[in-house]
Design a protein around this ligand. Structure first.
Ligand code: NAP
Ligand code: 8YV
Length: 321
């Protein structure tokens, strides 16, 4: 299926997807700054935009007068101004569902690594300390007996909760709306959830509403045995408050896959005690990233065939062509 015009594809990001997009569509490979510098005719020729995580600002959308669809790589689309796209009548699609299990698996791994210090125990072995100093220390923290609160019980949050059931821990959650299809205790506010649990797993999206929702007051409610795991978006956590809480012992540990200003991780967090820090790898297996890329391609193909995209974002789901 050919596009009616050209498809703009990010120069950076998932190369497998970029290669397949160029085989399938008439593509222009560029980053947003290059697009803003293009002449009017070149910008007018672009009808589709496959963003492999490059930001899509109102200025960029406005610079493309014939843009019909933005197909974004990833389920989180905080880098795309979907409200502005909706106002302009531009469809936005993302890649939900296909990464739920991978991200949930990683969240469980991060939780266990944070509590049981497995990366540090391995480093101990590799450094020869098992022989020189003896056994690695008994970990002060364990998953046993914990109450886990999930902030954002959506597609991925539910996949995490289902896995946690197998670990025999109590599971609570907070969303803006209570789900009718689960029996886990619901808390109408994040503060109530934090009060009820000692382990907070954040998998909420990065929005204006969730920005710095996990602050010093929320962390304090988790208690001195408290653990924060974040696989959602870095912007949801006040990182300065988190580093302070870890250093002061207000909570016990944190496992983070996402940061507010990636790939820059604040020195305060790098230096804080009891952290397990990952470079945003929760969906990063070859198979899952290809499934995400295929969905970017399928969304564009559906659109240019005259159909609705398979997975539009809520803001533009109601748009008609
Ligand atoms: P989803 O199905 O839309 O779930 C999001 C959940 O968050 C929903 O249950 C929603 O419930 C809740 N929520 C949204 N805004 C909220 C608010 N202001 N206060 C309280 N709860 C709120 O999304 P998903 O597919 O599970 O993905 C979740 C997020 O994970 C993505 O947006 C992305 O940022 C992140 N992610 C990270 C990675 C990684 O590599 N680390 C990979 C994939 C996804 P209500 O609407 O009822 O509030
Ligand atoms: C992305 C993610 O793959 O889907 C999301 O929201 O955060 C990841 O799965 C990653 O951001 C792409 O680089």
């Amino acid at each position: 299926m050919a596009s009616r015009g050209k498809v703009l594809v990010s120069r950076r990001g998932h190369s497998w997807t970029r290669e397949r997009l160029t085989e399938r569509f008439d593509c222009v490979i560029a980053e947003p700054d290059d697009v803003l510098a293009m002449d009017e005719d070149a910008r007018a020729a672009i009808t589709g935009f496959a963003t492999l995580m490059s930001p899509v600002t109102p200025a960029l959308i406005d610079a493309l007068p014939n843009l019909e669809i933005i197909a974004s790589f990833g389920v989180g689309y905080d880098h795309v101004d979907a409200a502005h796209a909706a106002e302009r009548g531009v469809m936005v699609a993302h890649t939900p569902d296909v990464l739920d299990d991978e991200v949930a698996d990683t969240a469980i791994g991060l939780l266990l690594n944070t509590l049981r210090e497995l990366p540090r125990a391995e480093a101990w072995l590799r450094a020869g300390k098992w022989q020189s100093d003896g056994a690695y220390r008994l970990t002060p923290l364990t998953l046993r007996g914990r109450t886990v609160g999930i902030f954002g019980l959506g597609r991925i949050g539910l996949a995490i909760a289902r896995r946690l059931e197998g670990f025999g821990v109590a599971i609570h959650y907070h969303n803006r709306s209570q789900r009718a299809d689960v029996a886990y205790p619901y808390h109408a506010t994040l503060a109530d959830l934090a009060e009820a649990c000692d382990t907070l797993v954040s998998v909420a999206p990065g929005t204006a509403e969730t920005r710095h929702a996990i602050d010093a007051a929320i962390l304090e409610k988790l208690g001195t045995d408290g653990v924060l795991i974040n696989v959602g978006r870095g912007s949801v956590v006040d990182e300065t408050a988190l580093a302070g809480a870890l250093t002061a012992g207000a909570i016990a540990a944190a496992g983070l896959d996402v940061f507010e200003d990636e790939p820059n991780v604040p020195q305060a967090l790098l230096g804080a005690p009891n952290t397990c820090l990952l470079p945003h790898v929760a969906s990063a297996s070859v198979a899952t990233r290809q499934a995400m890329g295929q969905l970017v391609i399928d969304n564009l193909a559906a659109w240019f065939a005259g159909d609705a995209p398979l997975t539009p974002v809520p803001e533009t789901a109601g748009l008609t062509r």
